[in-house]
Design a protein around this ligand. Sequence first.
Ligand code: MG
Length: 414
Amino acid sequence: MNIILGRMLIGFLDADCFYVSCERARLPHLMGQPVGVLSNQGACVIAKSYELKARGISTGMPIWKARPLCPEAVFVKRDFAWYEILSRRMADEVRQVSPAVEYYSIDELFFDASWLSRTFEAPLSEAAMRLRERIHSRVGVPVSVGVSRSRTLAKLAAKSVKPFGCRVLLDPEETKSFLHDCPVEEIAGIGWRSADKLHARQIRTVGNFAATDRHVICKLLTKKGEALWWELHGEPVLPLDTIRPPHKMVGRGGSLSGPTRDIERLRAWLVRNVERLVEALDRHGVVCETFSLSLRLESGHYIGDGTTLPEATAQFPRLLAAARDIFNRVYRSGDTVTHMHLNTERLSFRHAVQQSLLDRPSAQDIETARLKRLINKRVGRFAVRSGATLPLHDIYADPTNGHDICDIYGKLCF
Ligand SMILES: [Mg+2]
């Protein structure tokens, strides 16, 4: 459902260093300490506290590089199941004070802030602070909040006061001076390509962007850029999406928990990721028409390919055959692989696809898939899985590998 009202107030809530904050919510002794959250098998830093950032540690840095920069840091392994629980708790808190909430990512929410002041019986800026404090005390996670006339302004407002800040941006003069020095890349929706085009026209700040003729922006960045122009002028044209639109792509994959050129292990990862992919397609109730596989080599190069499937499908045997076919074509024996990504596109809802265009499974495939789903639902994820994944016994033995975050809007999640 898209909700858009002319004079609606839009709020944006963004958790501060979310994964670290989630760890601190259950391990209070980590408060104030330099904390890093590590990826699969502790290979690299995927989230960091401000204290760790101050020591020059960046997201994606391998642990062996990070450790000497901050020997006293505490590194913990990521626990997506826990982060998702707190993410939902945050959303529940916001739903109590707002009639419309958009779950934008695991730690970001847009919401209708029109009732905030009345709910807290306080002026808007104080009400925003009260919401922030309520979430902090009930969920244990610090957040920053921005409120304005449009999504784009609310997001910029929240970003400007991180961490643990609140900003209400309604006064036109205040908005103008706030945007004046803000780099144009800070606008959500302006990627590096758009930024390059704007820079070439000497449009370097959000203030420059807003002051540029709307038609010029439209010419440079099409209708999408024009929408941002209106948003920056306090005219909300990008609605709140309280019901997620269908995904454009569904992917699974990620790090292989350490570089490997062991062919049995690589083939096992292929099967594990296809099983996860099928699970994700099932969850969204979609079938795909195209499939692609990409492998990241230790050298940093990517190899891979894509294929159009004979019929729209979400069946394990079909997708596995496509994955194996590409793998056999692109992988050269001896190449060391660090990451594997499987991706599907041209998705349609199953019920909306004409039966004649749908890949109809055999009775045996239907029964196998049904039993697999049933047992895994009752006993636990991956309780029944393909025998080809046996070389990954270490991965399945570690329960932290049993959870994927699948609710990140508009982003691929692994
Ligand atoms: Mg955040």
